[in-house]
Design a protein around this ligand. Structure first.
Ligand code: SF4
Ligand code: F3S
Ligand code: FES
Length: 247
């Protein structure tokens, strides 16, 4: 079944922009990205949108649909009523380059600041991992780096001034993944708390709600990481060592 849908798409650049109305054909089985492509093909050839895989795996097509952070390629048109206006806007936490394309360099800068996996003196082949440890980090490894979690987190979504101090859930999860890896010898607790703002997270769980990979970011990464930070702070040996300046 085909029908004509009403779309409102944000058009503009870093300086200014506005919502523009379109009426556009929708066919059975289509996703929002199909409609954006049809707009480009028929009415708005200069409409900028970032995409790559159209399979929910590259993380490129992040945007906000009716105010909800979503992947354009994984949002079926059948989730909307045919007479509903579908509003598509760029993700809000990162600066707009043009139309639906934003500058997500913030995320790559944060990624670079996280110290790499540190196996200490362990040589390749010397180490065996238990399956439970493999599975724990495998969940985090499903991340497609769509940055919808970082986009939705109020710590930086509503407070630009927090960006230097806060890496966002995606990268706090990366730190947690390394901290939970039995062969990683770096102490990630201060890195998470002091360098990347774990304390800013007040467990609202919005990041978990929008993750297209269904990763339990808050329950399985952020809360356990907070518990490890607290455990370190209340460890009497650590407390004494920090007073003496040796830990
Ligand atoms: Fe996207 Fe989920 Fe990865 Fe965040 S954790 S960047 S929401 S896939
Ligand atoms: Fe932000 Fe997720 Fe914490 S949305 S406040 S990082 S639980
Ligand atoms: Fe790759 Fe949407 S185009 S995730």
């Amino acid at each position: 079944m085909s029908y004509e849908a009403r779309f409102r798409v944000w058009r503009g650049d870093e300086g200014r922009g506005e919502l523009t109305d379109y009426t556009v054909e929708v066919n059975e089985g289509e996703v929002v990205l199909d409609i954006i492509h049809r707009l480009q093909a028929t009415q708005a050839p200069d409409l900028a949108v970032r995409w790559n895989c159209k399979a929910g795996k590259c993380g490129s097509c992040s945007a906000e649909i009716n105010g909800m952070p979503r992947l354009l390629c994984m949002t079926r048109m059948s989730t909307f009523e045919p007479d509903e206006v579908v509003t598509v806007t760029p993700v809000r936490t990162f600066p707009v380059i043009r139309d639906l394309v934003t500058d997500v360099s913030f995320n790559y800068e944060k990624a670079r600041q996280i110290p790499a996996f540190d196996p200490g003196d362990t040589k390749p082949g010397e180490f065996r991992m238990q399956q439970v440890d493999v599975e724990r980090s495998q969940e985090f490894r499903k991340c497609i780096e769509c940055f919808l979690c970082n986009n939705v987190c109020h710590v930086i979504r509503d407070h630009e001034e927090n960006k230097p101090e806060f890496a966002g859930p995606r990268f706090l999860m990366r730190i947690a993944e390394l901290e939970m890896h039995p062969a990683d010898e770096a102490d990630r607790r201060n890195i998470a708390q002091e360098d990347h703002g774990l304390g800013f997270c007040n467990i609202t769980k919005c990041c978990t709600e929008v993750c297209p990979e269904g990763i339990k970011i808050t329950d399985n990464a952020l809360i356990p990481m907070k518990e490890r930070v607290v455990g370190r702070r209340y460890d009497p040996v650590v407390w004494l060592g920090s007073k003496l300046g040796i830990v």
